[in-house]
Design a protein around this ligand. Sequence first.
Ligand code: NCD
Ligand code: ZN
Ligand code: ZN
Length: 345
Amino acid sequence: MSIQQFPGFIDIHVHLRQPGATQKEDFFTGSRAAVKGGFTCVLDMPNNPGDPTISLDKLEEKIQLARSARCDIGFYYGTDGNNLDSFPKAATEAYLFGLKLYMEDTTGELLVEDATKIAAIFAAWKSDKPILIHAEGEHIGVAFDLAQSYHRRIHVCHVASWEDLVLVRKAKEKGLSVTCGVTPHHLFLSQTDRTRLGSFAQVMPSIGDTSDQNALWEGVVDGTVDVVESDHAPHTMAEKHTNPPAFGVPGLETTLGLLLLAVHQKRISLETVVKLLYDGPRKIFSIPIQQKTYIELDPVKPFIAGALGYETKCAWSPFDGWELYGQVQTVVLRGKPVVQNAKVI
Ligand code: NCD
Ligand code: ZN
Ligand code: ZN
């Protein structure tokens, strides 16, 4: 094959860290990593360490800061359970794509554990934009029950275990308005990589075993999985060496290459890649088609991850040295080239 054109892909789950933790990433470096990896639109999470996006002022600040970005950026609103009054206004903001609720411990200070608070959050989010949950096991069940009671749309982030995938599949069969995403690291890494990579494979939810991995691939193939989300969660190498280490791995520059590796391995088709990185995200978030916005790459041509360095400020990847496929050669955003000859302009 040769160079082919695809739409600019959409990553619905990234942490670009500005403001609050710009030693890890900022909108400039994070968006360069995005376009290098074939994404022209990313949706940024609210759990900025030390500076969460839980007020209208904070949201406005982020929108202004993101003007330095090289791609389109949308945002999620965060909640600590004490900012429900600001939901109606936040939900109508054009740059806002949903509410993020953290029901498990992870990076940042937005864990909400209290059952009454969680119910109040679902009650107060009177919007057609989805509630995205970081939840596992029985917490997913709690969220599904509330979503049903209050008629809310719900997206389960980074499904990582076979048990949680079964929960999502059953909820979909019951007709709940639920979607889910999986990450490339949960699809491509398992127990041997956990041992090999140590803290550089430490992520929330944690990397599972081959049984989880196989179930996630089945979910991709049978359509239970709506999107692949990178959960691009950069931390400095020093932060990965602390005890306990920071949770999370970067993903913007390797996600597409990994999915094209899966095409090469005949696990999925090229059409499925477009469905997971474009049609799925557009459908969940009603993202319009961008005119004169596309990427170009040769999907069967191998390349080595990290061989040309990284655009992400953290400058490492759990997939460093892997043979991936389809290095992005060109990215054009509304008629303006942002990547040429595989280099960010
Ligand atoms: C994410 C981060 O660092 O912001 N970390 C992670 O391990 N996935 C937070 C999250 O997505 O839970
Ligand atoms: Zn999470
Ligand atoms: Zn995340």
